[in-house]
Design a protein around this ligand. Structure first.
Ligand SMILES: Nc1nc2c(ncn2[C@@H]2O[C@H](COP(=O)(O)OP(=O)(O)OP(=O)(O)O)[C@@H](O)[C@H]2O)c(=O)[nH]1
Length: 412
């Protein structure tokens, strides 16, 4: 039996309409639920256009010809262009005018008009539409696959390949249609025409499923990032530093490499809040976070550990280096506090500990914390080294710096 007798074109067109509407509805619900992804709404509109275009063609013979020819093709191409626009927005891609496929409508409209009214030919219309449709799909593939976009945009590469596959089907139809006998009547236009219509269904489903999958993956990554980031200072939070620090700790222990931790606690921070308000307190925390983050090396971990407490975990760092860094930071906080800390003076106390014979990261942090409390008790605005390190290193000098300022603060 001949394949065209089995695949009824009108039924296929109704199926394209149904699937298009279902996918449009799905994307519209997603766009409404997650306004964070504005491109999804454009893709919903794109699916609706493709569905409507297919419906108009399916109604050939029932509706006037002027409605089922040029407007049907224009709607279907508009669907492809809206898809491009939706993906561009999802990728936060800037509009590169030259590569944008919107000008293809200017090719389709006169071409379709010519083969509808001047030299009526189904064959001509199919070639014109398949040609511009193929170009639109290829330009969309190009836009998604070319890099240079915001790092946190969803990964839509699989969707790009769906567009490439669809472009290939349209291209096949352009060449196949070169034999005019294939398309005397669109409704009996041959196996390839039926296959192309079937590929619309596959295209609609695969591109939207791929897109939803990319967005969900992106949402999960966003949630995970948020769960590991302190919203006020944008530093990693306690959970994140414990996880990453644990890995660094085991690398240091197994490689017998040095490692250090510095605990930082702002001095008299309650007073800052009480006298200047919570917003100023927040600005101080942000200012100190910037100072700390801007002073460490790329492999170091800098975290907000608690309310006004910060933790630095420093792989490949020996005690003397860590102590020097802590002293540099102490001075920076003290000196740049009016400019960074919401216009008010603020200082911090530092506790330093270097890896000795600990078996867990918590033990190292606990020693740094202990040293920080010693700095508090000794008058604040100081750097103290853990007693264990003091005993094991005769070169460790502690608590010398900032004494004058500490005495001043202590006297207040
Ligand atoms: N503005 C602001 N304040 C915070 C935040 N988290 C904690 N705090 C405040 O930090 C203050 C900490 O006070 P304390 O623990 O008494 O410590 P302190 O006043 O800094 O005194 P010392 O640590 O002994 O120098 C409290 O007033 C908390 O409300 C925050 O996110 N924003």
């Amino acid at each position: 039996m001949h394949l065209t007798a089995e695949l009824d074109i009108r039924t296929l067109l109704f199926l394209v309409t149904l699937v298009g509407l279902l996918m449009a509805l799905t994307m519209a619900v997603f766009a409404r639920r997650f306004p964070h992804y504005p491109g999804a709404g454009w893709v919903a509109a794109a699916d609706a256009c493709i569905a409507l275009g297919a419906y108009l063609i399916a109604m050939r013979g029932e509706f006037p010809d002027w409605l089922t020819t040029l407007p049907a093709s224009a709607l279907t191409l508009l669907g492809l262009l809206l898809n491009y626009e939706g993906l561009r927005r999802l990728l936060q891609e800037r509009n590169a005018w030259f590569w944008s496929p919107h000008w293809l409508l200017l090719l389709l409209l006169p071409g379709s008009w010519y083969y509808t009214y001047v030299d009526p030919s189904v064959h001509g219309r199919v070639v014109v539409f398949s040609g511009v449709g193929c170009l639109a799909a290829l330009l969309t593939t190009y836009m998604v696959l070319v890099p240079q976009r915001a790092a946190d945009a969803p990964n839509l590469r699989p969707v790009a390949w769906v567009f490439a596959g669809f472009a290939l089907m349209l291209l096949l139809r352009v060449f196949h249609t070169q034999d005019p006998r294939q398309v005397d009547d669109f409704m009996y236009a041959g196996a390839l025409n039926a296959a192309v219509l079937a590929s619309y269904i596959v295209f609609l489903i695969l591109k939207d499923v791929g897109l939803l999958q990319a967005c969900v993956r992106q949402l999960i990554a966003d949630v995970e990032r948020q769960a590991r980031t302190d919203p006020l200072t944008r530093l990693m939070n306690r959970r994140a530093v414990m996880e990453q620090g644990e890995r660094a700790f085991h690398r240091a222990v197994s490689g017998q490499a040095p490692m250090a931790a510095i605990m930082v606690d702002l001095d008299h921070f309650k007073r800052v809040n009480d006298e200047h308000g919570h917003q100023t307190g927040d600005a101080v925390l942000q200012g100190v976070a910037r100072i700390l983050q801007g002073s460490v090396r790329p492999g170091d971990l800098c975290a907000r550990f608690g309310g006004e407490e910060f933790l630095l975990v420093l792989p490949e760092t020996a005690l003397a280096e860590a102590e020097q860094l802590a002293e540099r930071l102490r001075l920076k906080v003290e000196q740049s506090s009016p400019e960074h800390c919401g216009g008010i003076a603020c200082t911090a106390s530092f506790g330093v500990a270097a890896l000795a014979d600990e078996t867990r990261l918590e033990e190292l942090i606990s020693r740094a914390d202990q040293a920080m409390y010693e700095a508090k008790h000794a008058g604040r605005n100081r750097v103290e080294v853990s007693q264990v390190d003091m005993r094991s290193s005769s070169s460790a000098a502690s608590g010398s710096a900032g004494a004058a300022a500490a005495q001043r603060l202590g006297a207040e």
